[in-house]
Structure formats: structure tokens, C-alpha cells
Design a binder for this molecule. Sequence first.
Ligand code: G6P
Ligand code: MG
Length: 220
Amino acid sequence: MKTEACIFDLDGVIVDTAKYHFRAWKRLAEQLGIEFNERDNERLKGVSRMASLEIILELGRVQLSQGKKEYFATLKNGWYNEYINKMKPDELLPGSIEFINEVKNAGIHVAIGSASKNTPLILERVGIHDMFDAIADGNIVSKAKPDPEVFLKAAEMLNTDPSKCVVFEDAVAGILAARNAGMLCIGIGSSQVLKEADMVVRGLNEMSLEKLKNLEEKIS
Ligand code: G6P
Ligand code: MG
């Protein structure tokens, strides 16, 4: 197998936005009288906005009408936007730009595959919007990871066969989505958690073109 495209999840792979999601969800949970801690927040990684709200409501055994759910999801997003609006390029995770540039220089296409509807805003704030050949995000997909839709969409936008794509993901649901898309997947985080990945590194600062080539050889 020879990699023709690398597809990067955004939150937790290129930027660390989990802390901002947590602060905004925590504020909402408090308003709703629901207890919510950092451990619960782990369950929201890679999960869409509405599905995240559902998890929080379930934790507090709170039931709301569809209209109220939409109202609270929008309220949370407003608070979250206050944080991401202030993001600067120094919030890029270590090694991310270097690795993306390394693969680009080797002629490999690069895309974003993220559930977040805030993807364009975040990329703009950290100054990397123009680095990518394609951006598949929560604004153009309807099915959440582990459904492969977002990664298949990215491959289609790059005009690349899914079997020639490698995904970089920090969430279990995202790794399953990559597998469901028939793509290789490199987990970003702990190998104890990301068991389904073809290989795991702690961050993109541990990645290199050489490691990618080694993985290709191992697979074929
Ligand atoms: C990413 C994050 C999730 C978040 C989702 C939707 O996948 O890991 O925690 O819920 O995006 O984000 P959004 O910016 O659209 O609310
Ligand atoms: Mg992620």
C-alpha cells in the first residue's frame, strides 16, 4: 500500500479544544443541575454536539423537548465560541504543522475529517486554513463517527481511493470510523485505549514520513 492521502481529525490531533468543550459543557450542566466531570468529558470526544448533549442529559436523567435541546446546544456553542475565538497559532499541538508539511512535501494530499461544525473557525484562528487540500467537517456530513461518512467524504473530495488513505484520530469512535471506511488508522493517544488502531503514537510530534512508510510495508 502506498499512501496517497492523510486525513486528520482536528480536535485532539491538531489542536487541544477538549478543555474548551469541557468548560462550556460544564457551565451548561451546572445550569441544568447535572453533575459533570473531566472523566465524563472523555465520552464526548469525537461525538457530535447533539449526541454530546444527549450524553450529559442522560448522566443527569434529564429529559427535554427537541426545541429545548436545540436551545441548550446553541447556548453551549456560544460559550465554546468565546474560547475558540481567542485561539492563537501557539495552541497548535506540538509537531502537527511539521508533520503535515513533511507529508505534503512528499506529494501526499492532506485533508481534515472532523465532526466539528466549528472547524473553519478553529483552522482560521490557528492560521492553518490554507494548508489543506480538502476539509470534510460537521457542516457537510449528517452521520456521526463511527459512521465512515466524514472520512469517505474527505477521500472523495481528494479524488483518492479510501484504501490509499491514512487517518489520524484520537477518539475510539473515530478509529472505528476509519476502519469502517476501509482506511488505515494511526491513533493519537494511549495504545491501551485506542486498541483498534493500526499503530498508536502519543502525538503528531512522534510521527514522521519514515514511520508512515514502515507501517505501509508492515500492512502490505
Ligand atoms: C469533535 C470533538 C467533539 C465535539 C464535536 C462537535 O469531534 O471531539 O468533542 O462534540 O467535534 O463539535 P462542534 O464544534 O460542532 O460542537
Ligand atoms: Mg478528536
